[in-house]
Design a protein around this ligand. Sequence first.
Ligand SMILES: N[C@@H](CCC(=O)N[C@@H](CS)C(=O)NCC(=O)O)C(=O)O
Length: 251
Amino acid sequence: MSDQLIIYGVPFSQPVRAVLWLMLYKQKPFELAMVNPGSSSEGGSRHPDFLAKFPTGTIPSIEDKETGFVLSESHAIMCYLCNKFDWDDLYPKNHEQRAKVDSYLHLHHRNVREASIGLVAPKVRKDLNFPEDFLRMSQASVDKAFKAIEDGWLSKSRFLVGDELTIADMSAYVEIGQLQSKFTNVYDFEAFPNIRRWLEDMSQVTYHDEIHTSLFELGDISIEAPAMEKIINANKKGFLVIQQQLTSMEE
Ligand SMILES: N[C@@H](CCC(=O)N[C@@H](CS)C(=O)NCC(=O)O)C(=O)O
């Protein structure tokens, strides 16, 4: 499998960024097909054609053009790719280490992932009027998860699982990293020195900047909600930069 793999999604989506980062990091060619999350129009993740292949209607989803194999859920996709291509550096074969990576990937969903729901979405989509209680609960989950990462996961090692990068870091970073002042600027990391050190290390990982183009383009959203046009353009720019990387991989 090379560019016979289609990745459906947009670079503005956190879990899509994690999958794209893994593929670029491993210099594995693929085709990126833009799919609008939540839209039931043509080209949207809730359009009947997309739902027929991917019943959860979410991005990222992947398809192997040759075998017809399809899969949704970023963590399942990342583990599948690591298993298929023996990327044991990022998803260690050692049972205990792999279990720790899996442990983070499971934790992520109703904890760290709440950052997008409780901190980013309400700034980007002010029109959705999220209930105050809901936002408070999401933000409390994020604070609790960040404390566990600060005092536990990152207190004794450079990365989340040991001193080497794994897919747990990529998945965590696309969610936590987006909150930094250089991107959306919606979280104060002052109380978390280990997380700050890790954020800095993660920013040095190959393709960090390319993968985060759409966020650099979007800029600070802490005060003013970005216009829809700005979000669309940020996505387009992110897509373009990834295409450029794929082209240079072929050369
Ligand atoms: N647990 C999923 C979450 C995927 C997800 O929430 N994707 C969003 C975009 S960031 C989406 O597709 N939303 C559209 C919808 O739910 O209708 C994963 O890790 O892949």
